[in-house]
Design a protein around this ligand. Structure first.
Ligand code: CP
Ligand code: NVA
Length: 301
């Protein structure tokens, strides 16, 4: 039996993405509790606010029971191997979800798992975030295929998953990243093959031109704390300010996966201003987490 996992957005086709987005927009009741009487394992190697809470509540809304474990308690490849942890959890749970430092850990989990594995953020990608981003843009801005979406800052896990979902949906992506923190030529080639259109710039101004939405994320991702002072200097010209927003399309929206750092990657005025969808986007993490798990449990719209 083939098990469907959610490790990366690029593993999905446009039909699957649209199905998950449609399920995310459905009422809780209409999904008929596909996790009734079942568990979902939530393993975290890193801290979380949105992902933990949205996943726990989504599991409850689908009739299931979430079990959260953090850090040393899990001890992936320390207390026991990734494979042994996964095989045991498959005997208790309907879904195994993990937030890991190394993306190879979720890949190894998926290889031995008899249950769907969900990547709750790795150093490579953050597919759950991309579903909330897509849902929010669809609700507040327009169909992804009609949008020009700008990314300003680090081409990181969140940027990669967002870019993938926009391109697969036929939209246009404009990346503005400092050299050395951008998408490599090989990565751009891979992304181009997904559909839509993509262009990369080494500055924020060109990246936001004609954009309907401007996204950013922290300059210092979890695990990069030692590079903080170096990164603050390198990214200094990549702050999303009111000035930068005025260079985007008229009425453009601002989005941020959060945690946000006011007056680093985004000015306080933009983050807390009328164009910001960050809080709605955060709230949509619940609805998209529910849509993803309903899909993995075979729910149909
Ligand atoms: N955006 C996001 O994944 O937030 P948390 O790290 O708080 O889960
Ligand atoms: N890029 C950030 C996202 C946090 C949700 C990180 O990996 O820490």
């Amino acid at each position: 039996m083939t098990v469907t996992h959610l490790l990366n957005i690029a593993d999905l086709g446009v039909g699957q993405i649209n199905e998950i987005l449609a399920l995310s927009a459905q009422s809780v009741e209409s999904l008929n509790a596909p996790l009734q009487g079942q568990g979902v394992a939530l393993l975290f190697e890193k801290p979380s606010n949105r992902t933990r809470h949205s996943m726990e509540i989504a599991v409850v809304q689908l009739g299931g029971h979430p079990v959260y474990t953090m850090g040393e308690e899990v001890g992936l490849d320390v207390r026991e191997s990734v494979e042994d942890v996964t095989k045991i959890l498959c005997g208790y749970h309907a879904i195994v979800a993990a937030r890991v430092f190394k993306h190879s850990f979720v890949e190894r989990m998926a290889k031995v798992s008899t249950k769907p594995v969900i990547n709750m953020l790795s150093d490579y990608s953050h597919p759950l975030q991309a579903f909330a981003d897509a849902l929010t843009m669809t609700q507040h801005v327009g169909a992804l295929g009609d949008l020009t979406v700008a990314w300003v800052g680090d081409y990181n896990n969140v940027a990669r998953s967002l870019t993938e979902i926009v391109l697969i949906s036929g939209g246009r992506m404009q990346l503005g990243c400092p050299l050395g923190y951008n998408a490599s030529p090989l990565e751009i080639e891979r992304l181009k093959a997904l559909g839509g259109s993509i262009e990369q710039f080494d500055n924020a101004q060109e990246a936001v031109a004609k954009a309907h939405v401007v996204h950013t994320d922290t300059w210092i991702s979890m695990g990069q704390e030692e590079e903080s002072s170096k990164r603050r200097k390198i990214f200094a010209n990549f702050c999303v300010t009111e000035d930068l927003m005025s260079a985007a399309s008229k009425g453009a929206k601002f989005m941020h996966c959060m945690p946000a750092h006011r007056d680093e990657e985004v000015s306080a005025g933009v983050f807390d201003g009328a164009a910001s969808l960050a809080i709605e986007q955060g709230h949509n993490r619940l609805h998209s987490a529910r849509g993803v798990m309903a899909y993995l449990k075979g729910a149909k719209q």
